[in-house]
Ligand binder design. Structure first.
Ligand code: NAP
Length: 296
């Protein structure tokens, strides 16, 4: 029998990536895609009604406050979406005997680790966004019930705005790029995260309580490396120069080191993680097409 998945924030990068792969999972799952117009995750009554209407077995929370720099001055809204609303979703899933899949971030860490971050390492966020996402994770633990928290990083896709589209735009506008080369992480295709989420749901019977996993694409990069690869794939005649974070001040401080230890994710879900360059090369023609045609 098909199980019902209620997806929140379905018009974001991850939400649209889930919509794109949903037909491949139609034998096992019935998807109910909602964004703020259909389900505002800060509205407790709306969550209860939508859960009842959709008979949700799972909520996949792809909604969030994701404007990292804006969050520094928009603290209340960041916490409303990333903590308060997450608590409401956790309470509703618990009450209905459902399971919550929630997405968190590498920004819960301070980036001072010398080894890739494992899910059991102690968070210490250094930005409002990171603190609000960590508060959301803690809220899920406080509520209890069944939940999977998947931390991810450096998301991009053909949908919405992201680093890849920004680099293409700036390369065309300026003809030269200066990109931070002292922050290390792993670019992650939102479609790869979407596939991992479906894999988690396929394995849900093995999961109990609240568990945390890390997910990124494989390999490592700096933002500078990422930009170089984007420009190489685009064929644009645009030199890319490395700069330090100090030369590119932003309202929010970013962690210098965001690499994840992925071994628990690979082992528990038997999931094959592609290298970031492979995923970027596959997605790039679609990103470029959407960029050229102003498709978000
Ligand atoms: N992007 C990254 O690099 C990155 C890195 C690490 C972790 N993550 C996490 O990954 C998840 C997905 O990120 P994403 O990049 O796909 O985010 P996104 O593109 O910003 O999508 C979030 C979606 O949530 C919607 N939303 C906002 N307020 C809402 C509300 N009250 N009720 C329901 N929906 C609402 C947004 O609508 P509007 O656009 O109209 O506001 C948007 O469609 C998030 O949890 C994020 O924290 C992202």
């Amino acid at each position: 029998m098909q199980k019902n998945i209620l997806v929140t924030g379905a018009n974001g990068q991850l939400g649209k990536s889930l919509q794109a792969i949903a037909p491949m999972y139609a034998n096992d799952f019935r998807f109910h895609f909602t964004d703020v117009e259909e389900l505002d995750i800060t509205d407790c009554g709306a969550i209860a009604r939508t859960m009842e209407e959709t008979r949700a077995d799972f909520i996949v929370n792809a909604a969030a406050y994701t404007a990292v720099d804006k969050a520094e001055s928009d603290v209340e809204k960041a916490y409303l979406l990333n903590e308060t609303a997450v608590r409401l979703l956790a309470e509703a899933t618990k009450k209905n005997g459902a399971m919550l899949v929630h997405i968190s971030t590498d920004y819960v860490f301070d980036g001072t680790s010398e080894e890739p971050y494992r899910p059991d390492m102690q968070p210490n966020p250094i930005s409002v966004y990171g603190k609000s996402k960590w508060a959301g994770e803690r809220a899920i633990h406080e509520v209890g019930g069944r939940a999977v928290i998947i931390r991810t990083e450096w998301l991009y896709s053909r949908y919405g705005g992201n680093f890849v589209k920004t680099m293409l735009r700036l390369a065309e506008e300026r003809g030269v790029l200066r990109v931070v080369s002292d922050q290390v992480g792993a670019p992650t295709l939102a479609g790869d995260l979407a596939r991992l989420i479906l894999r988690v749901l396929e394995c849900e019977e093995r999961l109990d309580g609240v568990s945390t996993y890390h997910f990124s694409d494989g390999g490592r990069a700096t933002w500078y490396d990422f930009a170089c690869e984007i420009i190489r794939l685009s064929g644009l005649p645009c030199p890319v120069h490395p700069i330090s974070s100090q030369e590119y001040p932003t309202p929010a401080t970013r962690p210098n080191f965001s690499l994840f230890d992925l071994s628990k994710t690979i082992k528990d879900f038997n999931f094959d993680i592609p290298d970031w360059k492979t995923s970027l090369a596959q997605e790039f023609p679609h990103i470029y097409h959407n960029h050229k045609n102003g498709i978000r």
